[in-house]
Write a protein that binds this ligand. Structure first.
Ligand SMILES: CC(=O)N[C@H]1[C@@H](OP(=O)(O)O)O[C@H](CO)[C@@H](O)[C@@H]1O
Ligand SMILES: [Mg+2]
Length: 558
């Protein structure tokens, strides 16, 4: 970095001092905080994105969102060239940048890091960053601060994509780095044409596009509803009504949205007893999560939740079915057997894991946070991952896709229209429909709808694939949540000593009992999870374990 470049950086960073007494940490969801505290952080994330762009000689993404959190919060996430999350190796540097006390220290950190990472500022590559934001009112001015950060690395440019869903921005970064245009229109066209392809391949044609069978979507008063409206203009064969679309007076994520619906298990605003039995779905504030639900009766506000585990199960069934169609009826090619795997976290309902294993599937468990699930799923030819909260996708390896393209061509010339060829075409369409960069509520929604139509299933039938074990989650405030160290994908506590044995002996008292604790990555709490054969038993196990947490780590413990 020459003297002029340094002075530009110093001058512009002096306009974005850090707020006093706040420590920022690049967690599973990037930086997230009250929007009023975030100007300096997004400015610095802009710098980081420009450095990452130079290092990878690719386009990088910056998304301004606090997802399902309250409207006064905001946050910033960095998308790597593949469209996935920022590499974990750069997270410590992100933390250091965000917390640097002044411009001089900031500059020093950048110079040292650039040297270590061999990042050159000689101008032979023009760093480019795609910026997006959700509908939060703080988004526009924070985006300006991020742009200033980008421009403080001389020669870097930021391209503003405006209001987009998180997965759209990740998709655009991935697409552009693959030489596509990566526009919003291209995104909508890819989703709608691959959806149409799946519907056209339904044996006997689409069965369930009648008006009575419409899907009602809760848009969380966020960006997802508006984008779904635009996408629907390109779709036929699908009847969708969007509520809480963001155009009305409701407040983002308040009493609505996928996180609320999944955690509280009650109907979101603007849904009521008129919706009994109908197929409903809920997006979160930035449309990277999706859960389905039904309103079972007028007697209570409780819903029947169809969560991420059930979406995963539906996808796994369908993919497995297509793979077996592909490998039957005279398939000579035994040299390559695609490896299908599913990835969950400890929060997956035990009944879902048993169901998936019962299908003969390989089930892997990772710690909470999509970066871990995504990484694991990428090890398979086809890796399906979902968190119970509805965040997930299906990853297809390049090797598998190129084999599948060849196979499809071969089948098209030998047996066009055969069951085998249709299976190949379906798998290719799924790989285009489902976002390969991150979990995407809109593409997941279209795939669920296509599969339900394919199978002729109602939401009730789908929900009946297996019965969830009753479960309970509790948050416990402790003195220091980092005192809890977990192992085995967060299912066991390694420290403090003794607490795991105590949890084990509580759990042993309950038929089908399972319980674990872990420090949250996004809130200053210890989370307790318990499941058992009845709701009362799950509640009671969770509360006994919460008491143990309090005893070993609580405010009152010494
Ligand atoms: C139990 C739960 O839902 N945990 C969520 C929550 O993480 P915590 O580390 O549990 O706070 O937010 C993460 C980011 O959105 C999400 O990946 C995760 O599943
Ligand atoms: Mg989200």
């Amino acid at each position: 970095m020459d003297e002029e470049q340094k002075s530009v950086l110093l001058k512009s960073s002096s306009q974005f001092p850090i707020p006093p007494d706040v420590k920022f940490s690049y967690g599973t969801s990037g930086f997230r905080a009250d929007a009023l505290l975030l100007e300096s952080t997004v400015f610095r994330a802009g710098i980081l994105a420009a450095l990452r762009s130079i290092k990878t000689r690719s386009m990088i993404g910056l998304m301004m969102t606090a997802s399902h959190n309250k409207i006064s919060d905001n946050g910033i996430k960095i998308a790597d060239p593949s469209g996935g999350m920022l590499t974990q190796q750069w997270e410590p540097f992100a933390d250091a940048l965000a917390n640097a006390p002044d411009s001089d220290r900031l500059l020093q950190l950048i110079v040292e890091f650039a040297e270590k990472e061999n990042i050159k500022f000689d101008g032979d590559f023009r760093p480019e960053i795609l910026l997006g934001r959700d509908t939060r009112p703080s988004g526009e001015s924070l985006l300006e601060a991020a742009k200033q950060g980008i421009h403080s690395i001389v020669g870097s440019v930021g391209s503003d994509m405006g209001v987009v869903t998180t997965p759209q921005l990740h998709w655009m970064v991935r697409a552009r780095n693959k030489g596509m245009k990566g526009s919003e229109l291209e995104y909508f066209e890819q989703l709608s044409s691959s959806f149409r392809c799946l519907v056209d391949l339904i044996p006997g044609g689409s069965k369930t596009d009648s008006a009575e069978n419409k899907l009602i979507v809760d848009g969380a008063h966020g960006v997802g509803g508006e984008k779904l409206d635009s996408l629907m203009k390109l779709l036929d064969g699908l009847n969708i009504e969007v509520r809480n679309s963001g155009k009305g007076t409701g407040i983002l994520n308040e009493g609505v949205g996928a996180d609320f619906v999944q955690k509280e298990k009650v109907v979101p605003d603007n849904f009521d007893s008129n919706d009994i039995g109908k197929r409903c779905a809920s997006l979160d504030g930035d449309a990277d999560r999706l859960v389905y639900f039904t309103v079972p009766s007028a007697d209570s506000s409780k819903i029947d939740l169809v969560d991420g585990d059930k979406i995963l199960s539906l996808f796994a069934l369908y993919i497995k079915e297509q793979l077996s169609l592909l490998s039957t009826t005279g398939a000579e090619d035994n040299s390559y057997k695609p490896h299908l795997g599913v990835v969950q976290t400890a929060y997956a309902n035990g009944a879902s894991t048993d169901y998936l294993k019962g299908l003969g599937l390989e089930v892997a468990l990772t710690p909470t946070g999509v970066k871990y699930l995504h990484e694991k799923a990428a090890e398979y030819d086809i890796g399906i991952y979902f968190e119970a909260n509805g965040h997930g996708t299906i990853l297809f390896s390049e090797r598998f896709l190129s084999w599948l393209e060849d196979k499809n061509k071969e089948l098209a010339s030998a047996s066009e229209g055969s069951q085998q060829q249709k299976a190949a075409l379906r798998l290719l369409a799924v790989s285009k429909l489902i976002n390969q960069a991150v979990g995407d509520a809109l593409s997941v929604l279209l795939l669920v709808e296509a599969i339900l139509q394919h199978k002729g299933w109602s939401i009730q039938y789908w929900n009946g694939l297996y019965q969830d074990l009753p479960s309970k989650q509790i948050k416990v405030i402790v003195k220091d949540r980092t005192a809890v160290v977990t192992t085995n994908a967060e299912t066991q506590v390694a420290s403090p000593q003794g607490i795991q044995e105590a949890i084990n002996s509580e759990t042993a008292k309950y038929p089908w009992g399972r319980s674990f604790i872990r420090p949250s990555g996004t809130e200053d709490v210890i989370r307790v999870y318990a499941e058992a054969s009845t709701q009362d038993a799950a509640d009671s196990l969770a509360s006994s374990v919460a008491k143990l947490v309090d005893k070993y780590l609580g405010i009152s413990s010494s």
